[in-house]
Ligand binder design. Structure first.
Ligand code: FMN
Length: 201
């Protein structure tokens, strides 16, 4: 059976991190339950072009990353649908990533507000003690945003900032996105081949 992973995409800058992560999880054969916030959809088009529409996501992924994404599958849920499968602990997603994660959704998750399907699915991950990876993107960060990250980490989430490294000598924006997506795969418990691990030399 394919591993099932939930993916939330919110309105922080860094849509490329979302599509690279989605593609990488599909390349390794995952089934994804994806939820875009309204601003997540907007940022997808603002940052990746007007063709980057959620209802053409499969085409977008194949055009950017090739046919290997067909190893995986996905469904997209409405962020307003609090009755979707993801809203229940009986759903079998083994983990969730919110990438990129806005400060608004971060606050909602850390306070357990469950106002949207992304926030509710994240709350389910925390209550069921499953992996929740939050990829915040903002700079500089306000004190409330910093506090919300501490609260989410204390509740069991992993905070994995959209903060690429440079020791792998990236040449392109795709190299930077590969680094973050690779870190997310590792955080979800998968092997990754998107960047070479540091060898200590
Ligand atoms: C072009 C653009 C870039 C934005 N970048 C960020 C960002 O990097 N981080 C952030 O927290 N909010 C950012 N925002 C603001 C969020 O989109 C806004 O707070 C929104 O209400 C988040 O809602 P959501 O979490 O439901 O997607 C950005 C908004 C726009 C229009």
């Amino acid at each position: 059976m394919k591993p099932s992973i939930a993916v939330g995409v919110t309105g922080a800058s860094g849509a490329i991190y979302a599509v690279r992560t989605i593609a990488a999880l599909m390349e390794i054969g995952c089934h994804l339950e994806i939820v875009f916030s309204d601003y997540g959809k907007r940022l997808l088009m603002d940052e990746l072009g007007t063709d980057a529409k959620v209802d053409r996501l499969q085409d977008l992924l194949e055009a950017r990353y090739g046919a290997a994404v067909r190893n995986g599958t996905f469904v997209v849920h409405s962020n307003k649908d609090l009755g979707a499968s993801l809203a229940s602990g009986s759903h079998r997603c083994s983990g969730m990533v919110i990438v990129p994660c806005s400060m608004k959704t971060l606050a909602g998750v850390s306070l357990g507000l469950s106002r949207s399907l992304i926030e509710r699915a994240a709350d389910v991950m925390l209550k069921e003690h499953r992996r929740l990876v939050i990829v915040p993107r903002e700079t500089p960060m306000s004190l409330p945003a910093l506090r919300h990250q501490v609260a989410a980490a204390e509740a069991g989430a992993m905070i994995l900032p959209a903060m690429p490294a440079f020791y792998q000598q990236p040449k392109t924006i795709d190299d930077l996105a590969d680094f973050i997506a690779g870190k997310i795969l590792n955080a979800l418990g998968f092997e990754q081949h998107l960047f070479a691990p540091w060898k200590g030399e």
